[in-house]
Design a binder for this molecule. Structure first.
Ligand SMILES: [Zn+2]
Length: 290
């Protein structure tokens, strides 16, 4: 049996071909690089899978090397193909995996599917004619770091005005702090917005404006027929984002808007592991992965 694994900063999530799911807490190990890597290898090998798809939050090359993972420094520079030697393995960025899973399990009729995941950070993934579009080196669709406001807020990458600097958990928390003077976690801000608290509603409104700007840019770049939104923060906020498809279409040029449909992912926290499994189930020539 094959499985997909999603290596995040706090958990490694596993999605088996028969639908079984596992969640392994790893955050405490992340300060000890060797212990962390040993544990991740152990999780990948357990259950003797025939093949493993691996999704990683970070800049991941087509050769399976994690160049940089801002949330998981223990993986910086690690060649995951070597770490998982003996296993048949495919490695991709977590949101690219998530995008492929959306196409594979939910949207097979899509020609160009754009997946945008918003949580701690913001990532994008693209599937064109059933194939993940990974770019020349494996790190395309770093949409979180496209600039939507020159000289704007500081992003986790160090640049100013990135999309992620506004549309992420920390972006929402910073906006709320600026408006109200109060420091609150994203979950509580969303709760307050749902209860009608004015600062929280304004923070969500600003989030939505930046979300629409970034999505409009992406629609004009890629002309997708499906935009799928996912990630922890989107899952929390979905009830506050009603009517987003119509608003997005209204901000875009009419031709790309014509065939566009927007969906919210139904996959929740196992999205990336599910997508990694989908890659492991896919023939190499079809997925165009080495
Ligand atoms: Zn950035």
């Amino acid at each position: 049996m094959k499985k997909g694994i999603d290596i995040g900063g706090t958990f490694v999530k596993v999605f088996w071909e028969d639908g079984t799911r596992e969640k392994h807490y790893i955050k405490e190990l992340s300060k000890d690089r060797q212990a962390f890597l040993t544990k991740v290898r152990e999780i990948a090998l357990s259950g003797e899978p025939e093949a493993v798809g691996v999704a990683v939050a970070g800049f991941t090359s087509t050769e399976g090397v994690v160049y940089r993972s801002p949330n998981i420094p223990a993986l910086d520079g690690v060649n995951l193909r070597e770490l998982f030697k003996g296993l048949k393995v495919k490695v991709v960025n977590d949101v690219s995996a998530g995008a492929y899973g959306e196409w594979f399990y939910e949207h097979r009729d899509s020609k160009v599917l754009l997946f945008v995941a918003i949580g701690t950070g913001l990532g994008g993934g693209l599937v064109v004619e059933g194939r993940p579009f990974l770019g020349a080196c494996g790190c395309s669709l770093e949409l979180g770091h496209h600039t939507i406001r020159v000289g704007g807020e500081r992003c986790s990458c160090g640049r100013l005005g990135c999309w992620e600097a506004y549309c992420s958990s920390y972006g929402l928390e910073r906006t709320y702090q600026r408006l109200s003077g109060e420091t609150l976690k994203d979950f509580h801000i969303v709760q307050r917005a749902l209860q009608g608290e004015p600062y929280a509603l304004k923070a969500v409104q600003e989030f939505k404006e930046h979300l629409l700007t970034g999505l409009m840019n992406a629609v004009h770049l890629f002309n997708p027929d499906r935009v799928v939104l996912g990630g922890g923060l989107i899952d929390l906020m979905a009830g506050l984002l009603e009517g987003l498809e119509e608003e997005l279409k209204a901000t875009c040029e009419s031709l790309p808007a014509k065939c566009l449909r927007l969906f919210f992912s139904r996959c929740a926290e196992y999205c990336m592991a599910r997508g990694a499994l989908a890659l492991s189930l896919t023939d190499d020539t079809q997925a165009k992965l080495a």
